[in-house]
Every structure is written in structure tokens, then in C-alpha cells.
Design a protein around this ligand. Structure first.
Ligand SMILES: [Zn+2]
Length: 283
């Protein structure tokens, strides 16, 4: 899910981080402390030069630390079962970072997570606060995904230029949601579902000359105005093929165009061809 801040206050924004590789000392032990988080490597060999992703705890009490580590590991491993990431494990270092919450959010039903409640206070103006928080606590990460201790599907992410996402731990489709958000984070893919009105590498208003021309000869499909309104929106997705950017209840896989865009973007990130965003905080 990719939702703009003013539209849905409890869903968060993500942006591109200034990235510094973790120093060798940081990764030589299995667990270390960073910004009040107890951090451990859960996927990858920890060596510099890899894409860095932190999965951070959101709403887990001290007694739920093991649950968080299990949830983070399940999501980290699950990413690589999708066709967008399969076989790319060696390009990533994925870390789990835990800090204890005072109260568990597992049975909270409001859709609000610890992060959205405490860090951004549900206030769009606090986007700046969120960015500062992530940069301060996770300066070495290229992307940060908060694992919300939650059964609610409606815990998602939005994007501007800062790579941050929130995904639920215990929703029916947690893994698909995580993979969908990772499509935003690493491929800059946009939503393909009804109501989507953002152009990107996988959605266009230019049906005759889409950005994926040359990648696919399939007929683009017009996105509906809304789930309840089948009229065409003027925005087109690459084909009738299912895609986790379209429907994250049905699949963990990407359509051919999204898969290609994502894998190329990941390879470019890993090769250092894509500079990471070091722009100043928004004023
Ligand atoms: Zn797609």
C-alpha cells in the first residue's frame, strides 16, 4: 500500500537515506546496539558493499523480543521467495533491530502502531520528525522497514524519497504486504490497484508509449477509478498479469515488467550506480 500522508494519517512515509556502510567492528559480533536498538544480522554475511535493510521492532514488549526476531526472520527470508528478489540474497545484508515497547500493539485494533503513535503522532507535520529519527538511529541503512506487531492489514507505507515502510507482523497477508512495500522501496514501483493515480515505471497515462516499451508487448490494462467504480482512470498498468503491486492478497510475485524493473534497480543499487539520497531534511 502506498498512501500519501494527508490521506491516511497513520500510514507513514518513506524516503532515501544517506547511507554509510556499517563498520567492520559493528558486524563482527552477532548483536550490537545502535541508537537504543539491539541489532543483529539475520540475512547476508555482513560485509560492506551490500544493500542494507533494517527490520525494526514496532510495538513489541521486552517479553515479545523472540517473537519479533522470528517475525523479522520470516519476512527477511520470505522476500527471497518472490520472483522479484529470488536468488538475490547475496546482494543484501538484512538486520533485525529491537527496542522494547511499553505496551504490546498485537491486539490493538485501531491500525495505529507504536511508531505512528509515538514517533509521528499521527501528524503530517511530523514527517520531518520521522526522517530525523530514522537518519539518527539507522544512518547505515539504505532502507528501513518497521515490523508492526499487529494483525491489521491497514498498516502500510507511503513514499516520497525516503526509504521507510511499515508492515504488519500477523496480518493474513503480511509477507505479500512486505514484498509489495519492498517493491516501492527498492524498485520505486507504484501501486497498480484501482484508484491508483501515480505514474512510475509500472504505471503510465501514455498507453501508446509506456515506460516499459521494449520490455513487454502485452496490452496495457486501464486501472479502474475505484474498487466500486469500474470506469477507467486514464492510468494503465503493464498487462492483465497479476502482480503483488496490484493485489497483495493473491500473490507474492511481480508481473514481468515490475520484476524486470525491480531486479535491475536492485542490481544498480548493489553496484553503487544509483546514488543514495543525501538531500537535506525538508523544511
Ligand atoms: Zn506489476
Amino acid at each position: 500500500m502506498k498512501i500519501n500522508f494527508p490521506v491516511s494519517y497513520f500510514l507513514v512515509v518513506f524516503l532515501c537515506l544517506a547511507a554509510m556502510e556499517l563498520g567492520a567492528d559493528s558486524v563482527s559480533s552477532s548483536t550490537w546496539t545502535s541508537g537504543g536498538y539491539q541489532t543483529s544480522l539475520i540475512s547476508g554475511n555482513g560485509k560492506p558493499g551490500r544493500i542494507t535493510l533494517a527490520l525494526i521492532s514496532d510495538g513489541y514488549t521486552a517479553g515479545e523480543k523472540d517473537k519479533f526476531l522470528r517475525d523479522a526472520k520470516r519476512i527477511a527470508d520470505g522476500l527471497f521467495t518472490s520472483n522479484g528478489f529470488k536468488g538475490m540474497e547475496d546482494l543484501f545484508n538484512i538486520y533485525a533491530a529491537f527496542t522494547a515497547a511499553k505496551q504490546s500493539t498485537l491486539n490493538r485494533s485501531s491500525g495505529e502502531t507504536q511508531f505512528t503513535a509515538d514517533i509521528i503522532s499521527g501528524d503530517p507535520k511530523d514527517e520531518k520528525k520521522l526522517i530525523a529519527y530514522i537518519r539518527k538511529n539507522f544512518p547505515a541503512m539504505q532502507a528501513v522497514m518497521a515490523i508492526a506487531n499487529s494483525k491489521e492489514d491497514g498498516v502500510g507505507v507511503c513514499t516520497s524519497d525516503f526509504k521507510f515502510a511499515i508492515v504488519p507482523s500477523d496480518a493474513d497477508f503480511s509477507l505479500s504486504i512486505a514484498i509489495h512495500e519492498a517493491g516501492h522501496l527498492f524498485g520505486e514501483l507504484v501501486d497498480e490497484y484501482a484508484g491508483s493515480d501515480e505514474e512510475g515505471p509500472n504505471v503510465t497515462r501514455n498507453k501508446m508509449n509506456p515506460p516499459w516499451k521494449g520490455l513487454s508487448n502485452k496490452t496495457p490494462i486501464e486501472i479502474a477509478v475505484d474498487d466500486d467504480d469500474p470506469r477507467g482512470s486514464g492510468y494503465f498498468r503493464p498487462s492483465s498479469e497479476n502482480c503483488v503491486m496490484l493485489d497483495n492478497e493473491e500473490t507474492i510475485n511481480f508481473c514481468a515488467v515490475c520484476k524486470d524493473v525491480l531486479r535491475k534497480a536492485i542490481a544498480a543499487l548493489e553496484n553503487g550506480k544509483v546514488p543514495l539520497d543525501t538531500s537535506p531534511l525538508p523544511q
